[in-house]
Design a binder for this molecule. Structure first.
Ligand code: NAD
Length: 435
């Protein structure tokens, strides 16, 4: 962060985020997964080398005026990992830990995710290294509009379509859509997804990632021969994805025994009531302090004795240091990259059934694709159509990944990478290397 020396600083400084330990960063995890898939599938070395690199990365400075008249400058990023199968697609994250390597990893995962779902997009990601809680709404809007202006050369409905991610939401998407449209001189709804329905958003987009996570848990339970109402679930992260997943899974009959956000968590063996927690969170701003449950830490939540664990917060929370303490039988990765490469091997050896992020959380990008299609056609679908098509795509993708894993004796993650990387590689080889 750079503060204008002529003007007084305002608010608390950025929260300190310790850098990841060696082998635990998102970029190291993403590269190790790609390298393993390349070896397993015998990927052409030239394509493998190409895919190890992001196609382009833009680093910007985002200066904006604070409410007290001072100026702040935060670093921002937008990365396109690959656009061989279509325009780049990926969320925008506001978090103090955002940096080039993290954004590159998230963009790479988006490439595989789109390919596995059969969506004609490449992978992108972006973000600003900012602690959103330090900004007023007006400051957040000015920062967002300036960031959008800085990445204008990369974005557009046929180039790169951003969406919400951690600490960004549909209001932020509407400011980006408006900033882009003001520059064009006409409305361009298809430049972002995850925006409000009133300006071209899709019905069902808000809950799509959580709904997809639920479908992937149900598909897994079906394979394991376990009933939906027989399982206990623990969810780390009570934001857009984790919070709504808790509600959906509870409504479907699962026993949601633990939830948490960055400030801590809750546990109740007989099951939590997400509606009551939502009411508490609306008042208190956090889940902690809710009287109907015991308080637990985020570390304790991960190690709880439950059937299904859903990490839905940030990357790198299950590492070689705690993987042998995970007691869940199934881990469904709602977050991107919550399990490091080394930890994934430990879980696999212990027989934990892991549904990988690039399959499990693809509901968001799938309905983002629907939103983009609706914007381009200016023809909008019912929520039922959206949810039905989402379920059909995700269940088909699950089946494909599961079959390949069974046929070749792979983990679900290895099979998902095999399919995702394979489709991107095929597109590369079909188009040829320019010039
Ligand atoms: P969000 O900002 O709405 O919520 C994040 C939640 O995680 C909050 O409850 C926050 O308090 C909690 N959290 C943050 N840091 C934490 C920590 N260190 N320990 C425990 N909890 C912590 O974000 P979101 O959109 O729900 O995204 C969550 C994850 O899901 C991210 O990994 C994101 O990349 C992934 N994801 C999101 C979407 C989407 O559509 N929003 C799609 C696919 C994947």
């Amino acid at each position: 962060m750079v503060v204008d020396p002529n003007e007084p600083a305002r608010g608390a400084p950025l929260a300190e985020v310790p850098p990841p330990r060696p082998g635990e960063s998102a970029w190291e995890t993403a590269l190790a997964q790609l390298d393993e898939a390349a070896e397993l599938m015998g990927l052409a070395p030239g394509v493998h080398e190409t895919l190890r690199h992001a196609k382009r990365a833009l680093i910007v400075s985002v200066p904006f005026r604070m409410d007290d008249g001072s100026t702040r400058v935060y670093p921002g990023y937008r990365v396109h990992h690959n656009v061989t199968r279509g325009p780049a697609k990926g969320g925008i994250r506001y978090h103090p830990s955002v940096g080039l390597d993290e954004v590159k990893a998230l963009a790479m995962w988006m490439t595989w995710k789109c390919a596995i779902a059969g969506i004609p997009f490449g992978g992108a990601k972006g973000g600003v290294a900012v602690d959103r809680k330090q900004l007023s709404r007006a400051e957040l809007e000015r920062m967002t509009r300036r960031y959008a202006s800085e990445i204008l050369p990369l974005i557009g409905p046929e180039r790169d379509i951003p969406a919400p991610d951690m600490n960004t939401d549909e209001e932020i998407m509407s400011w980006i859509m408006d900033t882009y449209s003001q520059n064009q001189g006409y409305s361009v709804p298809g430049v972002v997804t995850g925006k409000p329905v009133s300006i071209g958003g899709s019905k069902g987009r808000g809950g799509a990632t959580s709904r997809g996570v639920m479908y992937m848990i149900f598909s897994t339970l079906k394979k394991l021969g376990v009933g939906i109402d027989e399982v206990s679930v623990a969810i780390q992260g009570y934001g857009k994805v984790g919070g709504f997943a808790a509600q959906l899974l509870h409504d479907a009959g699962c026993r949601v025994v633990a939830v948490s956000d960055v400030e801590g968590g809750l546990y109740r063996d007989r099951g939590l009531d997400p509606e009551a927690i939502n009411r508490h969170k609306k008042e208190a701003g956090v889940v902690a302090g809710y009287v109907g449950a015991d308080g637990i830490t985020n570390e304790e939540l991960l190690e709880i004795d439950c059937d299904v664990l859903v990490p839905a917060a940030i990357e790198g929370v299950i590492t070689a240091r705690n993987a042998d303490k995970i007691r869940a039988k199934v881990v469904c990765e709602a977050a991107n990259g919550p399990i490091t490469f080394e930890a994934d091997k430990i879980l696999h050896d212990r027989g934990v059934f892991v549904v990988p992020d690039i399959l499990a959380n693809s509901g968001g990008v799938t309905v983002s694709y629907f939103e983009w299609v609706q914007d381009i056609q200016a023809y909008f679908w019912t929520e039922e159509e959206v949810n039905d098509r989402l379920r059909a795509i995700m269940e088909a993708a699950y089946e494909e990944v599961y079959q390949l894993a069974s046929d070749k004796n792979l983990s679900l993650r290895q099979a998902a990478h095999w399919i995702g990387v394979g489709r991107v590689a095929e597109a590369h080889l079909t188009r040829g290397l320019f010039p």
